[in-house]
Design a protein around this ligand. Structure first.
Ligand code: SF4
Length: 385
């Protein structure tokens, strides 16, 4: 059985070359610095010894390309696990893209919060739009045909929410295949006011944060924090320089089992805490965020919408809105299961088709044993197709 994926987020540095509109950097009171080679090597040796199934994301609370070791960091692990970087693209020169790609980087995600000069520069703290655009274009061209996939992340704020369709179209035209829309959040309660971010604060009852359980966030000093929103570093869970990774993972499990809520969690509205891996209909959370602010191409009929609203009003009147959502979620889950079953049937039929084609092409004899042989060889390949 395959071991579960270990998702490590490494803060290569918490220095940054800009101050994005939706980033409350001034609240960062942890010491500033860059991860040194020894710290990185110690941590990653422990990770690689612990599991062959891991991925490393270089992001956190700074710009990873400001750490000169970043290319060596990627190279050190990219043959063994999946590597990914999130960057603001200011330092993403053609030379640097080439160095990252040659180091084996799997994914390069560019924060691109606007495809029009005024919006982009407002969102990205004054970084020059033309330069970013040029960097993005050359990154797409240089990584074409390599293992490095370029994607873009768009933060959905009060300023960007009405431009999502244009941004999506422009980025697709630029050759970006994966575009993520992330609803702006308040960084564990530090970004105040609703002129940038209006995401509601969720109820904390039964709190189980999927960011905490699924990701191990490591600061540039090697400390493990609950997540990248811990600006003060007041909730240290362990130190990967001096402790075995097993001890820290075990501590995290105990904290999750006890449903412990850190002080930063009380005001946190990061949607991924609930839906890092699961959404009501199984689509990525990014699609839900995009749908919230854009017109869908296929609209649900007006009668269905009116009936749903009427039913919802009825449930509300009885003080049972939770039951309404439970019923809806159950229904969606059933539909997903049906779709999955249909997909399996389709795959089986396709395999049968292939077998018949093979017989028709006389690749095997006409005997029943021969047909059985080719069928079983095709079906045994099913998992790899
Ligand atoms: S709830 Fe928010 S602040 Fe708390 S661990 Fe999860 S992501 Fe971090």
């Amino acid at each position: 059985m395959e071991t579960p994926l270990l998702h490590i987020e490494i803060e290569a540095t918490n220095y940054c070359n800009t101050r994005c509109l939706h980033c409350p950097r001034e609240a960062l009171t942890r010491p500033l610095g860059k991860m040194d080679w020894d710290t990185y090597q110690t941590i990653m040796d422990k990770v690689m010894e612990y599991t062959p199934n891991f991925c490393v994301v270089f992001s956190g609370f700074g710009e990873p390309l400001l750490n000169p070791y970043i290319y060596d960091f990627v190279k050190y692990v990219s043959q063994k696990g999946r590597t990914s970087i999130i960057t603001n693209a200011a330092a993403l020169t053609p030379t640097n893209v080439q160095r990252l790609s040659e180091a084996g980087l799997a994914q390069l995600t560019v924060s691109f919060n606007g495809t029009e000069k005024t919006l982009y520069e407002l969102m990205m703290g004054g970084l020059e739009f033309e330069r970013a655009q040029k960097h993005l274009e050359s990154a797409v061209a240089l990584t074409n045909g390599t293992q490095t996939v370029i994607s873009a992340n768009v933060s959905v704020t009060e300023q960007t929410k009405d431009h999502l369709l244009t941004i999506k179209n422009d980025l697709e035209r630029a050759g970006i295949e994966q575009i993520y829309f992330s609803k702006c959040h308040n960084r564990g309660g530090t970004l105040q006011g609703d002129n940038i971010c209006t995401t509601p604060i969720p109820l904390l009852e039964g709190h189980h944060c999927q960011i905490f359980t699924d990701i191990m966030f490591v600061t540039w000093t090697g400390q493990v924090l609950p997540c990248y929103h811990d600006m003060t570093g007041m909730n240290v869970i362990g130190d990967l320089r001096v402790e075995p990774i097993e001890a820290i993972l075990c501590r995290k499990k105990e904290i999750a089992a006890a449903s412990k809520v850190f002080s930063i969690c009380h005001g946190c509205n990061d949607l991924y805490q609930f839906a890092h891996t699961q959404t009501p209909d199984g689509r990525p959370l990014s699609d839900w965020v995009f749908d919230l602010y854009t017109d869908r191409e296929t609209r649900i009929s007006e009668e269905v919408v009116a009936l749903s609203k009427w039913l919802f009003a009825m449930y509300m009147q009885e003080g049972s809105s939770d039951r309404f959502f439970e019923a809806l979620t159950r229904h969606i889950e059933c539909q997903n299961q049906e779709i999955e079953a249909l997909n399996t049937k389709i795959q089986t039929l396709q395999l049968k088709d292939k077998a018949l084609m093979a017989v028709r092409e006389n690749r095997i004899g006409r005997s029943a044993a021969g047909v059985r042989k080719i069928c079983s060889s095709l079906f045994s390949k099913k998992g790899s197709e």
